[in-house]
Design a protein around this ligand. Structure first.
Ligand SMILES: NC(=O)c1ccc[n+]([C@@H]2O[C@H](COP(=O)([O-])OP(=O)(O)OC[C@H]3O[C@@H](n4cnc5c(N)ncnc54)[C@H](O)[C@@H]3O)[C@@H](O)[C@H]2O)c1
Length: 328
């Protein structure tokens, strides 16, 4: 009989991490939640104290290979979802640290899985749409997984390095993995990074505050709960190969998003910077991900906005949200 699952999550205090924890706890899966800190600020926004009590929180710096290996062995980890990373502004501000966390940290994950000799059966990790270049470089639509990569930031270059690391670990040591390339993830807990403006716009609408999304134009919007379930499914696929998959879901524009927000939160004071499109294609083909997952979790935009408002509203009433995030 297959042994029970134990999931190890890196970067579990981040936005996507919090939603991964929530889903795994709801399923009753054993979960080891790791990050630089063990204070579950974001998970606490979307889970009850009883749910949080079912998670083992362990401090782990992903740049420390020895600590990672010890934890995997001690906890008999069977699946890893690797989310730890520094986002675009942080990589720009400190490129060496960005490379240490995003590149070396990912090498450490693969190295630890290799040395665990089959104990870790499934691995998914976060790449990003930022491995792709600007829209005009991709004449074929929708944009496939295997198009040439032209990253336009250090962050994107580091993510590209991770995809290539995955390829070589499969080629040389048969360490299988699935890398996902999210675009704009939104939902409760998405409070930092270049594209957090969509989530902040929903918060601003709930708080009746003015807010400007600093980009416009075409985007692919992906609800954090759906993305979390993609990472869980991708790890469970125990994929024999090094897949990297685009994520699609809601392909829309920022102004279309604002009009859906208008229906869900009438009278909001959110605007967007017109003409400042994100430098990535939005019309992405997710056929590769569909092959791995079967069904792709996809909450329609209006429903996801509603669900997000339903979580934000009581948190706002209890003064549990930092509205300072709307200033950035
Ligand atoms: N949110 C998006 O729209 C999006 C889009 C594409 C890719 N991604 C990628 O998905 C992953 C998760 O994204 P998120 O939005 O949850 O990010 P986040 O910034 O909310 O969380 C990242 C987490 O990584 C942790 N971390 C940083 N350095 C670490 C270290 N040395 N050791 C261990 N943990 C460390 C941070 O403390 C943080 O909790 C990241 O790798 C990100 O690059 C996110």
């Amino acid at each position: 009989m297959m042994s029970a699952e134990t999931f190890l999550i890196t970067g579990s205090m981040g936005c996507i991490g919090a939603w991964v924890l929530r889903n795994l706890v709801a399923e009753g899966v054993r979960v080891i939640a790791t990050d630089l800190t063990t204070d579950p600020v974001r998970p606490r926004l979307i889970m009850t104290p009883e749910q949080l009590a079912r998670i083992s929180f362990v401090q782990l710096d992903i740049t420390d290979l020895k600590a990672l290996q010890t934890l995997i062995e001690q906890e008999q980890v069977t699946h890893i979802i690797h989310l730890a990373g520094l986002q675009v502004p942080f990589c720009r501000a400190n490129p060496a640290l960005g490379a240490r966390v995003n590149v070396v940290g990912t090498v450490n994950i693969f190295e630890a899985v290799r040395h665990a000799q089959g104990q870790v059966r499934g691995l998914s990790y976060a790449s990003s749409v930022a491995v792709l270049g600007p829209d005009h470089l991709y004449p074929e639509r929708p944009v496939a997984d295997n198009v040439p990569l032209y990253p336009n930031s250090l962050y994107g270059v580091y993510k590209q390095a991770n995809e290539e690391t995955a390829r070589i670990y499969w080629q040389d040591w048969q360490v299988g993995s699935v890398g996902l390339r999210p675009y704009v993830v939104y939902g409760v807990g998405r409070d930092q990074g270049l594209t957090s403006g969509i989530a902040k716009a929903i918060l601003a609408a709930a708080a009746e505050r003015p807010y400007e999304i600093k980009f416009g134009g075409p985007v692919a919007l992906q609800y954090a709960d759906d993305v979390a379930r993609m990472f869980i499914g991708a790890a469970r696929a125990e994929h024999a190969g090094a897949a990297v998959c685009n994520v699609r879901n809601e392909v829309t524009t920022v102004s279309e998003f604002l009009s859906v927000l208008q229906t869900e939160a009438p009278g909001h004071h959110v605007t967007s910077t017109a003409g400042n499109s994100l430098p990535f294609p939005a019309d992405l083909d997710d056929a590769g991900l569909r092959l791995i997952l079967g069904d792709i979790p996809h909450t329609p935009l209006p429903e996801a906005i509603r669900a997000t408002l339903e979580i934000f509203n009581p948190l706002l009433a209890k003064n549990r949200l930092d509205l300072g995030q709307l200033d950035s």
